[in-house]
Design a protein. Structure first.
Length: 271
């Protein structure tokens, strides 16, 4: 990869920037396609000024992650329809000084699920009502899933459902799983260091259930481990990571993403 006067800079804005596997994934893809792009960490000290920096330094685009996905919105010029609906952004494109926010998280989750199951007409229980859940909920609804949102704080699920229009409830309704096709954990429960936690009682899991967890560390959460024991199909968080990144690559470059290369790089990269 040659850096020269035409090199386009893409940055990664977020507090977990140091340990992302995305550097390897994008830079390997740029190299393979001989694209004059580079993907680097951008550390935001002051978010508003940093966003102005994107504009004034001519940075082509940024990937946005925790904790800026919502906070960044007031500093952008526009949101695409998807980001507007979700109310969160995971990518910003700089179109001649105009900063446009988008979101590929939900679609990435749907693509990961579709590797294992059809979604249309399926009963889907989504646990959580935070930023990640919001993105996934809209995408599942778009894909034709019959969605039920269950959250510890029922009020948050109720709020989310106002814009989506589906069933909701508290976690005590997890017995619904007995007649459910797809379960998605979009809460942080099970994430390191709390690896012995799961919101789901194993007795509600059954063989025909496809279980997805957006917790990526550890790769096999307690929920997924128990689901595997029961014989469920599993969808790991790194598949969502891949697909949301593949979708972003296309936004960054306008070029068809080299999926196999990105996948291999993601598998091989260590944090
Ligand atoms: P993100 O943007 O990653 O989705 P978030 O907005 O902080 O993060 O949302 C975290 C989600 O995990 C919420 O749905 C939260 O439930 P509450 O709305 O009740 O807070 C859920 N969550 C976190 N810890 C939890 C726990 N110990 N038990 C149940 N749900 C939990």
């Amino acid at each position: 990869m040659k850096i020269n006067g035409q090199t386009k800079l893409i940055g990664f804005l977020g507090s977990t920037f140091k340990t992302s596997k995305m550097y390897a994934m994008y830079n390997t893809a740029f190299k393979a396609l001989r694209l004059n792009y580079i993907y680097v960490p951008l550390v935001a000290q002051d978010l508003k000024k940093s966003v102005e920096g994107i504009r004034h330094l001519g940075i082509s685009a940024v990937g946005v992650t925790i904790p800026y996905k919502i906070e960044i919105i007031p500093f952008l010029d526009e949101l695409d329809d998807n980001a507007k609906r979700i109310g969160a952004v995971n990518v910003v494109l700089n179109k001649n000084g105009k900063l446009i926010g988008g979101n590929t998280d939900g679609e990435g989750a749907v693509m990961a699920l579709k590797e294992k199951t059809e979604i249309k007409g399926k009963k889907v229980v989504l646990m959580g009502a935070g930023g990640a859940a919001r993105a996934i909920a809209f995408a599942i609804k778009n894909a034709g899933g019959k969605l039920i949102i269950l959250n510890r704080t029922v009020g948050d699920a109720k709020e989310l459902v106002k814009t989506i229009g589906c069933q909701f409830g508290g976690l005590e309704k997890l017995s619904e799983l007995l007649t459910t096709d797809i379960l998605i954990n979009s809460t942080s429960v099970g994430m390191i260091p709390n690896i012995n936690q799961s919101l789901v009682n194993k007795k509600f899991l059954h063989k025909k259930l496809v279980v997805m967890d957006i917790v990526s560390n550890p790769k096999e959460t307690k929920l997924l481990k128990e689901a595997k024991e029961v014989g469920c199909q599993l969808v790991f968080a790194d598949r969502m990571l891949l697909w949301q990144g593949v979708l972003k690559f296309e936004k960054y470059t306008g070029i068809k993403p080299p999926i196999k290369i990105m996948e291999k790089s993601l598998l091989n990269s260590k944090l």
